[in-house]
Design a protein around this ligand. Sequence first.
Ligand code: ATP
Ligand code: BTN
Length: 259
Amino acid sequence: MDQNELNKLLSKLKLGSIRYFDSLGSTNDEALAWATSGAKDMSLIVADEQTMGRGRYDRPWFTPPGTALAFSLILRPALEERPHLSRLVGLAALSIAQAIQARGLYPEVKWPNDVLLNRRKVAGVLIELVWSGEDVENVVIGVGVNITKRSVPSTDILRFPATSLEDALGKPVERGEILYDILAAFISLRPQLGTDNLIKQWEKVLAYQGRQVQVEMGGGQTVTGKVAGLESDGSLKLRDEDGKPVTVRFGDVRLRPFA
Ligand code: ATP
Ligand code: BTN
């Protein structure tokens, strides 16, 4: 992959500018800097390798060269999108899921930000906001997808089992094609950001529906219940053992199937 190839590959999509790097600390850091210096809506940063890739709460995200898809998309949300920014993580995860479904696989979204294949993590989304006073001026949507077997970290650094598209498909995958399909899905889903339909589509791919899960909150608190769907802002709905609804809001939450 290089800058020219990427420009050509993505030329049919309505994107802002595109920047390619052989190696970066984190595409999200580069995107945050570019966003504050005036990047256009839908500008894109792609890196072959990340040396400081991160997930939520600065947890490391492994991106060795030549193995994975690592990119960040910069949005300048329109006024009508601003009340719905909490749904962007779902929009991004759904776009990844659709690109994977197109290859005959059955991805699931582990709320809030991970995409699973065969109950293992194959992709993750990291959303970061750039504020101007009270308003969100830019949103950076970071996406990491494990493409080849070598993109999967060793089990000692994993908090949750991982896989790659190559592992799941049993054959090599062209990462440019996956990038194209994720971006095309994102562009076509974006107008639905504020609609019930987005929540319905997100629910359809939600992992552990009707199953017992345990959610660990940042402060050490734990909630157990059955997955019952999503609230309209994208928060997770559970039912506890008495059938009482419990809402899990976004934050430092860690969801696990409860055996
Ligand atoms: P969890 O994944 O444990 O449910 P989480 O969603 O909060 O928790 P994240 O912050 O989303 O975790 O993701 C970062 C974690 O992902 C790291 O702590 C690491 O265990 C794992 N990880 C790092 N690189 C990869 C990768 N390429 N593929 C899959 N998992 C990875
Ligand atoms: C997660 O599971 O927590 C999300 C992982 C997000 C990784 C992507 S790779 C591209 C972008 N740059 C980063 O440093 N992180 C995101």
